[in-house]
Design a protein around this ligand. Structure first.
Ligand code: S3P
Length: 183
């Protein structure tokens, strides 16, 4: 009994010696799920949007409107690179980070899981959201951005559908997936 549990503890620690990158479209639950995952695995948690906003001292909306999207994207990759020198952690990624192949290269060095959710659920969650500069008022902006991004989200080796699932169930399933992690 003791042997089995110490063996599984060794496997667990070997697997989670790498950062876990959580990608997905806006509203798929990356931050909530990431936080729960970090709690369960006793790893630090970082949300890239919050970290960038804290560094610049302004909201994401402000950064987009005053500094432009290119500035924001450069902040994202700088942050990501700096995190590779830190101890393993759970990182919730801004929804657009998958678009840059340099970012994807870094996700592949750790455990990369992408969250999916039914577009109709995303629509409800994102309706009237004022914090996300890329979303206009129209539903069509969610759909066109989602369609444009889908091929890159699909590149993640581990996929998790969050539609209708509790945060606990999602975190549990992700840990299960990552123990059998594909890269
Ligand atoms: C973006 C998603 C946002 C934030 C920014 C751009 C995107 O993050 O990084 O508004 O391009 O999809 P969330 O996915 O955490 O909302």
């Amino acid at each position: 009994m003791t042997v089995i549990s110490s063996k599984s503890a060794t496997i667990r620690s070997a697997i989670f010696q790498q950062s876990i990158y959580i990608s997905g479209f806006m509203g798929t639950g990356k931050s909530t799920v990431g936080l729960e995952l970090a709690r369960r695995l006793a790893l630090p948690f970082l949300d890239t949007d919050r970290a960038i906003s804290a560094k610049v001292g302004r909201s994401i909306r402000w950064i987009f409107s005053k500094k432009g999207e290119a500035f924001f994207r450069a902040q994202e990759i700088d942050l990501l690179l700096s995190l590779t020198h830190q101890r393993p952690q759970v990182i919730s990624l801004g929804g657009g980070m998958v678009a840059d192949p340099r970012n994807r290269e870094i996700f592949r060095r750790g455990l990369w899981v992408n969250l999916n959710c039914l577009p109709s659920v995303l629509e409800k969650r994102l309706q009237g959201n004022k914090t996300r500069p890329l979303l206009g008022d129209k539903k069509s902006s969610i759909h066109s951005l989602l369609n444009q991004r889908r091929p890159t989200y699909n590149l993640a080796p581990n996929q998790m559908d969050t539609t209708g699932k509790s945060v606990d169930a999602i975190a549990e399933k992700i840990i299960y997936l990552l123990k059998r992690a594909k890269r």
